[in-house]
Design a protein around this ligand. Sequence first.
Ligand SMILES: [Ca+2]
Ligand SMILES: [Ca+2]
Ligand SMILES: [Ca+2]
Ligand SMILES: [Ca+2]
Length: 441
Amino acid sequence: MKKQRRLSRLALLLSLLVSAITLRAQAQDQSRTASLDRVMDPVVIAGVKFPNVRTRPVAHLRLLAFRDGNAIPVPFQIDERTPAGEYVMTRPAGVRDRGDGLFDDNDELVFMALDAGKRGDPKAGGFPPAGWDEIELTDPLTGERAYAYLAFFASDPPSLSPVSYMQYRETPEYDELVTPYYTLRFPKNNVFIRDIMIHPAAGGNGQDFMDRIKMRLGVKVLAGYWSVGRTEENFVTKVLGVARGPVRVIRQTDTRLVILLNLKSPSAVVNGSFYPCSFQFPSMLSLPFRMDLVASDASIRQGWDLNRNALGMKFYTNLNPRPVTYDGKMDPEEVELANNPNTLYWALCTGPAGTFMFKGVWEESSPLQARLYYEDDLSRLEPPEEDPGVMGLAYQLENLLKMGTGRYPFNIINYVVPNFDGDVPRALRVFDHPLQVAINP
Ligand SMILES: [Ca+2]
Ligand SMILES: [Ca+2]
Ligand SMILES: [Ca+2]
Ligand SMILES: [Ca+2]
């Protein structure tokens, strides 16, 4: 009996190991056979760009790519938007917004660049579409091109691709998002991630290496010497809706900062957008009231505190070409990095838990100053937190009061870098050399 159990446990272990290896092989294989060597890049194109299939019924559209000379349906989605630009979503209690079912100018096609293939003629197959537009992707570094065809079928479109990259589920404790490369967990009704795991298929070890997202607001008041501190716990958030597809999930949240008791900032609606290798939170920054009239200085820090599973990770940014190491202590190089007053453009962090990077996107002509916050000190407690001590990396936005009554966009785009090979410029291609997208007439 005992022996049998041990044997079946061994079999289970073996099968887990085999499936892990297969996944990894698949991920590598995908990057090898894709006609473009760009595994991480999503492609998003508005309906207005498609002269031939614009205004066609979404249910009759397929994205085709050529594999061994045959046009086959590949994973894609069309996210419909209302005339006001709101995504059509499933709202709480299962209520669904209604789109008009047509591929309109501001609706969006979403797919992964690696699913594009060789150039071909969609009408050569057995079931030619009634019309199509050819999408041409060009890697600006190599000049390599790949193609996909958004095709309209008047009746009986071919089956959709069975592949879905994105899973999203809600449990009583958290909402969970799973892609082939990473898993994110959000505590229930929270806009902030609490856990991230990079899967072995992407070169991670599957362990959660995030303590929590930290948002720390510092305000100095003119009238006195005391300053008011606000943390992520002072934000009230709720999930307003979710749009799910095989390539992208959008999770719309409403966030307000509780300033004092019942005094809340205006609500900020954010469309958190998640793709197989990346996620982002495009936000609009504004002051909750004319704070510049009562305060002398304000800054906000927005980023990650890592937990002990991140020990040993190396950290690169545009400010330090030589990496520093998260080991719970600040060495002199790290102190220098933390005090660097220059603009932070990107950061990359790599270790046994996997590799991720991020980049801030904002208007450089805006009054915002975007600097690096870096701290590696497990002896400094900074509650609220789950894992005591700080291993932090964040955008530190300064000069907030100069915003006055203006509104300024700020976005942080995060990427998981699958099977990072130590080549930082190669990982940064997705930011520095984005794919060129053209629709051929
Ligand atoms: Ca529509
Ligand atoms: Ca965690
Ligand atoms: Ca250190
Ligand atoms: Ca911590």
